[in-house]
Design a protein around this ligand. Structure first.
Ligand code: WT7
Length: 648
């Protein structure tokens, strides 16, 4: 109880030091694990179905198929449902452009736009099961196109607008998307990003793309290819007002979203329709305690899973009012977010530890001008939140009134898995802990052999039962799906995260256990960065590591060996970073590049990552104990000394 006592005295948290029994939560969780089919069928009835399911769960490991035989439509859940009620005149989206303009969309205008956009797609020949790609800034047209796609049964793949042409081409070619939708440009920190130009460059290598739909945002001059490119506004002139939503099989893919893994090639995570929607609809209510008068702001980009689930599908399926902000948090100044909260009366703010640490560093003075008293609940996601950042968030943003929900989940899990659930019952909080698993989530911590370990010990997180939000597959690569998530602990889902459970049963999520990094909450594979760097003509070998960063959590560090006649220089470091930006995008910028004579390797030729990590982060090799088994301690020490000697 020591942690609790500390918090309750230092912060006046509403902490009950007798954590258990948490009556409502415990009963609900127990029931959900003992009889998942009964539990989830009751949750599923909260959505509208054209046909109810014959079978709640068809579990043939590693494939879970939820609500088999059921039919529903995601856009119907998000718009049609609401326009049949008083919510037709409720605000759906408060949109704030970076440059200061605003657009407010009611549910009825959103409904109308979703229908018109669906009609456009239909007229361009998009059919059920076709893939369409979206490479767009954070404008209302992005969620509208997502909903329009699923209205007609098309599968969208959203590509984060910070990705490079190469990254777009890889994703489009993997899905064979027929259409890509982009904008002329997007605003970021007062500059414009030339989205159309980047798209053009990408689609040169994408034979599947038939048309490029362009949304006007910046109004700048753009290259134009007659016949292929078409303005959204031109298409809208003869769009239909209503398009019948396609009743979709519950197990039909809703979308594909790419995320980084441990190889060079990103994984196309396929999410289904029924399970994904049911899970997110329920999780959203449990975690954010959402009410009719809530104003919910998730600051993520729609291009990540957080945006898919917590800007689009979960909030809109509840008929919630959301804020969608286009730009950078520090534009024109670092108080932009507080201004937005004040302006729209935001009640729930859901953001990342990186953002919180950034605000913390710039100081509380930026908060003074603003009224944040509408806030009721704060959320954190994407990376572990350090207790200092948690306390700052609690004290200065929530004014010691708002609980913080630290939500652990992944692109693959579809929705939030471990988090406080104030929508069920107030759970005493501990800064830095994601607390407890949601109903339906059978989370345990095991050692390398799959044995459950005692409280206080660090191990690996696994989920022992399928839950409705779970991914359906990796697009086009079922072997990888099986191998990555289900082979290490057969029958259980392996998340790839270190975790610890304390004696109160609380989960502490401790970062990735595989070769995936989290830089400012963005997920990036070491192998992905390595394969980009190795394509640079001066490089013969590269290995990627990370070091702790005060704001970003982790920062990217490269170890590079150069070709024989190449000389190490700052110029070359800059060039390598430029190369990374062109191949992946700005999120892959290295903070540190070291030129070394050779890589630390085991006798069998495997790179000793803990050696790299120790050198990158300035730690002693002895401080790093990991569960990974890469080389003997002696080998590691030798390699460590060698690397320190030669790095430039
Ligand atoms: C990885 C998943 C879906 C949320 C956005 C990120 C890390 C996520 C937390 C948290 C500690 C967290 C994990 C996870 N992570 N949330 N609350 N505490 N770590 O989705 O890009 O698929 O990344 O993010 O390491 O495996 P993602």
């Amino acid at each position: 109880m020591a942690d609790n006592e500390r918090i309750s005295t230092s912060l006046n948290l509403p902490v009950d030091t007798r954590i258990w029994p948490l009556k409502r939560y415990t009963d609900m969780h127990r029931f959900s694990i003992e009889d998942p089919e009964h539990f989830w069928s009751e949750e599923a009835r909260k959505l509208d179905w054209y046909e109810t399911w014959d079978k709640v769960l068809d579990w043939e490991p590693p494939y879970a198929r939820w609500f088999v035989g059921g039919k529903l439509n995601a856009s119907y859940q998000c718009v049609d449902r609401h326009v049949k009620t008083w919510r037709k005149s409720k605000v759906a989206i408060y949109w704030e452009g970076e440059t200061g303009e605003t657009r407010v969309l009611s549910y009825s205008t959103l409904y109308r736009d979703v229908n018109r956009f669906a009609s456009i797609l239909e007229k361009l020949g998009v059919k059920k099961g076709d893939k369409i790609a979206l490479y767009m800034p954070m404008v209302p047209e992005l969620p509208i196109f997502m909903l329009a796609a699923c209205r007609i049964g098309a599968v969208h793949t959203v590509i984060f607008s910070g990705f490079s042409a190469q990254a777009i081409a890889d994703r489009v070619n993997d899905t064979k998307a027929k259409i890509i939708i982009t904008a002329d440009g997007g605003y970021r920190r007062g500059k414009t990003i030339k989205l159309k130009e980047i798209t053009d460059e990408a689609v040169q290598d994408c034979p599947s793309i038939e048309r490029i739909i362009v949304v006007k945002r910046t109004g700048e001059d753009i290259p134009w290819s007659e016949g292929k490119d078409v303005w959204l506004s031109d298409l809208l002139t003869d769009a239909a007002k209503y398009v019948e939503p396609e009743p979709m099989e519950s197990t039909h893919p809703l979308y594909i979203l790419y995320t980084s893994g441990t190889t060079g090639k990103p994984k196309g995570i396929v999410h289904g329709t029924g399970g994904y929607l049911v899970y997110n609809h329920s999780a959203y209510k449990w975690v954010f305690d959402i009410r009719e008068d809530s104003v919910f702001w998730c600051t993520a980009d729609v291009g990540w899973v957080t945006g898919h689930s917590n800007i689009v599908y979960a909030p809109l399926s509840h008929g919630a009012a959301i804020v969608l902000y286009e730009g950078a948090p520090d534009y024109p100044e670092i108080d932009r977010w507080w201004d937005i909260i004040d302006k729209y009366g935001v009640t729930v703010l859901y953001t990342s530890p990186t953002a919180i640490r950034m605000f913390m560093r710039s100081g509380e003075k930026w908060l003074e001008k603003y009224d944040l008293s509408t806030l009721e609940l704060l959320g954190s996601v994407g990376e572990p939140i350090n207790p200092e950042a948690w306390e700052w968030y609690y004290r200065y943003i929530g004014k010691e009134r708002c609980p913080i929900v630290d939500t652990w989940w992944q692109t693959e899990t579809g929705g939030i898995m471990i988090s406080p659930t104030p929508g069920i019952e107030e759970i005493p909080l501990k800064p830095g802990s994601a607390t407890l698993p949601l109903p339906g989530v059978d989370a345990v911590i095991v050692d390398n052999d799959g044995n459950e370990i005692p409280p206080g010990e660090t191990g690996l997180l696994i989920i022992k039962k399928p839950w409705p939000g779970i991914m359906m597959d990796i697009y086009g690569d079922s072997d990888r799906y099986r191998e990555t998530y289900w082979s290490k602990f057969p029958g259980s889902y392996y998340a790839g995260d270190f975790a610890m459970r304390d004696k109160d049963g609380y989960f502490w999520m401790l970062g990735r256990a595989d070769e995936v990094l989290k830089i400012a909450g963005h997920r990036i594979g070491t192998a992905e960065v390595e394969s980009a760097v190795i394509s640079h003509p001066s490089v013969t070998e590269v290995a990627v590591a990370s070091k702790p960063d005060e704001i970003k959590g982790d920062a990217l560090v490269l170890f590079v060996t150069l070709r024989e006649n190449e000389k190490p220089s700052d110029e070359l470091k800059k060039e390598i970073n430029k190369h990374l930006r062109e191949n992946i995008g700005p999120i892959a910028t290295a903070d540190e590049i070291y030129f070394v004579d050779s890589m630390p390797k085991t006798r069998s030729g495997k790179i000793m990552r803990r050696v790299l990590k120790a050198v990158a982060s300035g730690q002693d090799i002895g401080d790093l104990t990991t569960l990974e088994d890469e080389g003997s301690v002696e080998e590691a020490k030798r390699a460590y000394a060698e690397l320190l000697k030669t790095k430039k």
